[in-house]
Design a protein around this ligand. Structure first.
Ligand code: NAI
Length: 422
């Protein structure tokens, strides 16, 4: 097989000029959007580097295609996981969640097995996309959603089961808990949030903001109610920012301490000075307020670090502000592995009809190119996709919102390549 594997040495990525890029086509509209993404990425790499660099695609099986290839019930063959471990990156189309007891969602399995603790979702507006906002161009954020903890750990017991009764009895008898309103009919869930898990996520968010010279990192939490879990996330985040990034950042916790010590004016002046000196501002906001602020003052937010459940709501709300899930790219990352993915589902209603919007996967592909350090190619993908949309060349999902008919997936892909000059 041609192509060379990406490697990591001492935590640093080493990318050859001919990297093997594993891809999972995906179920449903995977057959429409995955080839579109590959064409656009190949076009951008050729245009940016001539013959010097080339992506070597290698198909991995997951979902329905894996069942066809490996047999009944095999949705995620061990060879697919091994290959992603070996090659360090992959890009995937949407995967249908198999229906039936005992089968974990394939996306969750991939995240857990590779400990992909960051769910990265950049959200930006492409002029020409229909949006419910008056000034959607003010939305330009990058969400770092914690991917491994929180209520998503799946530790819960159904109401009426002996397990729920046992946990409730323990809480009441041994922990002195009196607040369970209806103990006999309560289901019980556990929300683990750790210092380590919060720190590694927030560290990545701050590093990203500093690398990209962005103005702020906002910790979004519900620490007013969940003081030790979500409040812990905020407090550990501030502590980490101050201890690991020192003079490069200024935090609202430092501002609050100054205010207490020297008064309001001094605190405001210190913040102004820090920002004028180009320091990164680390601040926090309570989750419900944040959902208001992204509608009222989106320009105040840049990089956002948040817990798993908040991140789920926030990602979809922000995606809707800038054109919906057909447009929103994403990646799941660990320190050494990255899976780039379409954030929408398999869209069974339009699967295989050549109508799907491939933007989400194409923009995820641009994130992959950036991850490789191939910034010129990444920029070309984003610029040409933006130019096509600005010229009114959009797929049916967006065109229909403007009361007109749209391009097919293949026509939209051709339009992007044409904008690239190829
Ligand atoms: P969905 O995202 O597949 O579809 C919701 C609506 O959006 C449908 O009307 C669909 O036609 C439209 N849509 C989605 N992507 C589109 C695109 N690229 N272009 C044009 N229109 C698009 O969500 P749904 O119906 O809830 O889920 C279907 C299946 O997908 C389920 O099995 C679900 O578990 C799975 N899923 C997988 C995800 C993943 O692999 N990351 C994420 C979300 C759902």
């Amino acid at each position: 097989m041609t192509g060379t594997s990406i490697q990591y040495h001492n935590g640093q990525i080493h990318v050859p000029n001919d990297p093997v890029i594993p891809f999972i086509e995906g179920d449903g509209i995977g057959v429409d959007v995955t080839p579109a993404m590959q064409k656009v990425l190949d076009g951008a790499v050729t245009r940016a580097y001539g013959g010097l660099r080339k992506l070597h695609w290698r198909e991995l099986y997951a979902g329905q295609k894996a069942v066809v290839e490996f047999g009944e019930g095999v949705y995620l063959p061990a060879s697919t996981l091994e290959a992603i471990r070996h090659y360090h990156v992959a890009i995937k189309g949407p995967l249908e969640t198999p229906v039936g007891g005992g089968i974990r969602s394939l996306n969750v399995t991939l995240r857990q097995d590779l400990d992909l603790y960051v769910c990265l979702r950049p959200v930006r507006y492409f002029p020409g996309t229909p949006s419910p906002l008056k000034e959607p161009e003010k939305v330009d954020m990058v969400i770092f959603r914690e991917n491994a903890e929180d209520i998503y750990a799946g530790i819960e017991w159904a109401a009426g089961t002996p397990e729920a009764a046992k946990v409730i009895a323990f809480l009441q008898q041994e922990m002195g808990v009196k607040q369970i309103r209806f103990p006999a009919s309560s289901a019980i869930g556990i929300k683990p949030v750790s210092q380590e898990g919060s720190a590694r996520l927030i560290r990545r968010a701050i590093q990203y903001a500093l690398q990209h010279r962005l103005p702020s990192v906002t910790l979004v939490h519900k620490g007013n109610i969940m003081k030790y879990t979500e409040g812990g996330f905020r407090d550990w985040g501030y502590a980490l920012a101050e201890s690991e990034f020192g003079e490069r950042i200024f935090t609202w916790r430092q501002r609050a301490a100054l205010r207490k010590e020297k008064g309001r004016e001094a605190a405001i002046a210190a913040e102004r000075e820090a920002l004028a000196a180009g320091k990164l501002l680390v601040k926090d906001v309570i989750a419900d307020n944040f959902l208001q602020q992204i509608l009222l003052r989106p320009e105040d937010y840049s990089v956002v670090a948040t817990l798993n459940l908040n991140g789920d709501y926030i990602s979809d709300a922000l995606a809707a502000e800038v054109g919906g899930i057909g447009m929103a790219p994403g990646a799941n990352l660990s320190d050494t592995h990255a899976i780039f993915e379409a954030t929408h589902g398999t869209a069974p209603d339009i699967a295989g009809l050549g109508k799907a919007n491939p933007s989400s996967l194409i923009l995820s592909g641009a994130m992959l190119l950036e991850h490789l350090g191939w910034q010129e190619a990444a920029d070309l993908v984003i610029q040409s996709l933006a130019a096509a949309i600005a010229a009114g060349q959009v797929t049916e999902d967006l065109a229909s919102l403007q009361g007109r008919s749209g391009l097919s997936t293949a026509e939209f892909t051709a339009a992007i390549l044409q904008q690239m000059g190829g």
